[in-house]
Design a protein around this ligand. Structure first.
Ligand SMILES: O=C(CO)[C@@H](O)[C@H](O)[C@H](O)[C@H](O)COP(=O)(O)O
Length: 216
């Protein structure tokens, strides 16, 4: 399973990237806007720090604009890029044209089986269903992921599914039970999920007991 950090914050990227198991970072206009810097400078700085894939979301509204933006970003990065296309008719053409150039693609904001099928037909490497937002709207994210997996298996597509908008540990429990190709987690949720009160209590006890004997 591929694991991505859903951030463009350089400190957060450093602190997880040094662990050595990160497959890259995922960004979108919202994530980039939090850093309040020129976006392409920031993408290039992330590229210098990282060994992994950089996911960049195109903002153009026509296929030609999106393709031009995708090629510009692919050319400015040394790492492999994954170009994210919000799901629109124009962007299905963008996905096909960029995929044909051998650059990985992602259809993002995918909320239905027809959208998942059309993205796969366009040749998308990945699709990103937003688990948290599906659940917020009263749907079942895990049911949706399972339905897409079943559809892809039945129809013979090898498009991968990346779980996005992961909000809590239960999402990871569900995805691990059912299988997922990739997932992306914000730094805040990654940090939260590292901790467990029983681990903390156990550590405190070990430290206390060690302190009693370490100077004997
Ligand atoms: O789509 C991808 C990765 O493909 C993510 O970057 C995705 O945009 C983010 O996970 C979401 O924007 C975060 O969602 P939320 O927590 O704001 O609902």
């Amino acid at each position: 399973m591929e694991l991505y950090l859903d951030t463009a914050n350089l400190e957060h990227i450093d602190s997880v990237n040094k662990l050595g198991f990160l497959d890259g970072v995922t960004t979108n206009p919202t994530i980039l806007s939090k850093e309040e810097r020129p976006p392409f400078d920031l993408i290039q700085e992330i590229d210098r720090k990282l060994s992994g894939k950089i996911w960049y979301q195109v903002t153009g509204s026509t296929a030609d604009e999106a393709v031009e933006e995708a090629i510009k970003v692919a050319n400015m990065c040394h790492n492999k890029v994954v170009i994210k296309f919000p799901f629109t008719l124009e962007n299905l053409e963008g996905i096909r044209r960029i995929s044909q150039k051998g650059i990985e693609t992602n259809a993002t904001l995918v909320y239905s089986i027809p959208q998942a099928i059309f993205a796969a037909k366009a040749g998308s490497t990945y699709i990103s269903p937003y688990l948290g937002r599906i659940d917020d709207a009263g749907g079942s994210s895990i049911q949706f992921i399972n339905d897409v997996k079943q559809a892809y298996e039945n129809l013979g597509f090898d498009t991968k599914i990346i779980g996005a908008s992961i909000r809590n540990a239960q999402h990871l429990v569900d995805l691990s039970k059912n299988g997922i190709d990739a997932l992306t987690i914000s730094y805040g949720n990654f940090e939260k999920m590292l901790h467990n009160t029983m681990t903390d209590a156990g550590m405190e006890q070990f430290q206390e007991d060690w302190d009693k004997i370490k100077n004997l």
